[in-house]
Design a protein around this ligand. Structure first.
Ligand code: PPE
Length: 311
């Protein structure tokens, strides 16, 4: 993730506090053991003012991730959504990224967080293309990681849990150090799982495939959006296991995520994917997605949470 330009306010446990005051104690449980949950949400600037994309679904996933950790976030879904909206407005942001995080705080020492306080913060800041503008247009270069995606038998892969991201950090750092843009992680069954911070899709002979949730992937909200858009466009979309060599022989590969949006993959392990650039199906899905997030597609208006009254 790129550098951040500080904003004025951070939402902290129900209050707006100064950016510089959002600090945690060194004995925070999550800092030691990764026992926190977070979200990444995008707000887009539209001709009708800023709108947050699939806000409720993101906050619901935050709650679900917390439930996996037996963590009770003391704010309702509606309160969390209202906080995100207020944060963007108060900071005068238009297009931005929102990062809510809930974590076990300070009480004692040891892995069991039962009875620990739960802190919830939300930060919003300006944020461009996660894998670069050039990547969105022409595709990125990926490397199959030597690190496998965390396994559902050892970690709760359905949750967006802080500690899981050590796996992502190892894989992404390895790929960058080797000169690639992003890592593709296989799972313990040697099937394709996902990127370090993105879900993955293939296109072959007009059919779209993505690994099933049982492959240990995060249930991505952009993944869900793309599946729905593609089906509405009459594409066949199947959730099925994908082998490494199937990636090499697909016509197109793309990655999805709140941060990554829809990013084409043009090369994997030094092999061009399809024509070695952005494929036509990827472009078509991107074009529809860009219209949706700008509030220019009536059919998907329900995905947008407008911050200002619409006249
Ligand atoms: N898989 C992983 C591992 C993941 O982290 C993300 C989001 C996704 C799939 C896509 O999920 P969704 O955003 O709901 O479509 N990764 C976040 C960025 C992580 C980072 O901080 O870097 C994101 O896209 O916000």
């Amino acid at each position: 993730m790129a550098d951040i330009e500080p904003t004025k306010y951070i939402w902290a446990n129900g209050k707006m506090i100064d950016w510089n005051d959002a600090k945690v104690h060194v004995l925070t449980h999550c800092l030691h053991y990764g026992t926190g949950v977070f979200e990444g949400i995008r707000c887009y600037d539209t001709s009708m003012g800023p709108a947050i994309l699939r806000l409720k679904e993101h906050m619901q996933r935050l709650k679900t991730s917390a439930a996996i950790l037996k963590m009770e976030i003391p704010f309702s879904l509606d309160e969390l959504c209202a906080a995100a909206r207020e944060l963007v407005l108060r900071n005068g942001l238009k297009s931005c990224y929102i990062r809510p995080i809930s974590f076990f705080g300070v009480k004692g020492i040891g892995v069991n967080p039962t009875g620990y306080p739960v802190d919830t913060y939300m930060v919003a800041f300006g944020f461009g293309a996660y894998l670069g503008e050039e990547g969105l247009r022409n595709g990125i270069r990926c490397k199959t990681s030597s690190w496998h995606r965390i396994s559902p038998s050892s970690l709760a892969t359905m949750g967006k849990i802080c500690g899981h991201y050590v796996n992502s950090a190892l894989a992404h750092t390895e790929a960058k150090a080797a000169g690639y843009d992003e890592a593709i992680l296989l799972n313990d069954h040697h099937f394709v799982a996902e990127g370090s911070g993105e879900n993955i899709f293939t296109v072959s002979q007009g059919k779209i495939r993505t690994p099933p949730l049982s492959a240990g992937v995060l249930p991505g909200i952009t993944r869900d959006s793309v599946i729905r858009i593609a089906r509405d466009e009459a594409f066949e979309v199947v959730e099925a296991n994908i082998s490494r060599s199937e990636l090499y022989t697909s016509d197109e590969v793309f990655m999805t995520g709140t941060a990554a949006e829809i990013t084409p993959v043009r090369e994997i392990d030094n092999r061009p994917v399809g024509n070695g650039g952005r494929g036509p199906v990827t472009k078509r899905l991107q074009d529809i997605f860009w219209k949706i997030v700008k509030g220019e597609n009536q059919a998907y208006m329900g995905w947008l949470d407008f911050l200002e009254e619409r006249g």
